[in-house]
Write a protein that binds this ligand. Sequence first.
Ligand SMILES: Cc1cc2nc3c(=O)[nH]c(=O)nc-3n(C[C@H](O)[C@H](O)[C@H](O)COP(=O)(O)O)c2cc1C
Length: 253
Amino acid sequence: MEEIKRLREMMKSYTAADEDFDSDMNHGIKKPSLAKYHEGSKRIHLPKNFEKILQNNNFYQLLTERKSCRKYSYDTISLQELSYLLYATQGVKKVIKDQTATLRNVPSGGAIHPFETYIYANNVSGLEEGLYHYLPIEHELEQLIIADSFKKTISEAFLGQTFLTEAPVSFYWSILPYRCEWKYASKAHRVALMDLGCICQTLYLAAESIACGTCMVGAYDQEMADTLFGFDTTPGDNKDVEFLLGGAGVGLQ
Ligand SMILES: Cc1cc2nc3c(=O)[nH]c(=O)nc-3n(C[C@H](O)[C@H](O)[C@H](O)COP(=O)(O)O)c2cc1C
């Protein structure tokens, strides 16, 4: 019960102005980097001409036809379609001067954008099967080296929800909580969860607009998934800590 009380309090709104937080930002500590990079990884350019792939521009229809889709056709997803979904959910529209913040296609409290996007390409034309990390500023993918057992283990980590890895592509979002703690201190976590809701709904609507379907997945074994992605699972206040916060399968309906 104490735990529930504590978590309910965490969800409640805050009233402090930005400058009232006892945060690293207000102590003059340097802002953490805007995005994560895997030095030395192979980069893949993503095409950006999306007009040709858009199949439905009717917003009302997209809203009302959106549903969770857990069965996908065996058809391949094109690199352009994947590029569009990455751009819609995390793509950068503007880098604020001196790389102090990014403005993206989704909103984020304080323009912090604490999430990183990973994708598992199962059947994407032009991509070798495997795990990739999205670079939102460059709009590129980094190809990551993974164990052969990755695909099988990710299904286990997501509690047997095999539709994720059977999908032509699956998305995984991790959070680097220090990015928002730097500004919002102990009030960062509720803001970050709201941010993920924006990303998730944008994926649903963007997928629908190119005749694809998606399903958000929030049920998974945290430790197993984090270990698989190579994240440090030690609890603590480490500023570099990163952990998984959900996934989604995507494919043609
Ligand atoms: C945050 C979140 C977590 C979810 N987690 C799962 C999940 O782990 N497995 C699953 O099959 N569906 C999951 N869903 C999909 C919901 O079950 C689905 O949205 C709900 O049943 C309503 O159906 P609809 O999306 O078709 O309207 C999740 C949805 C959200 C928004």
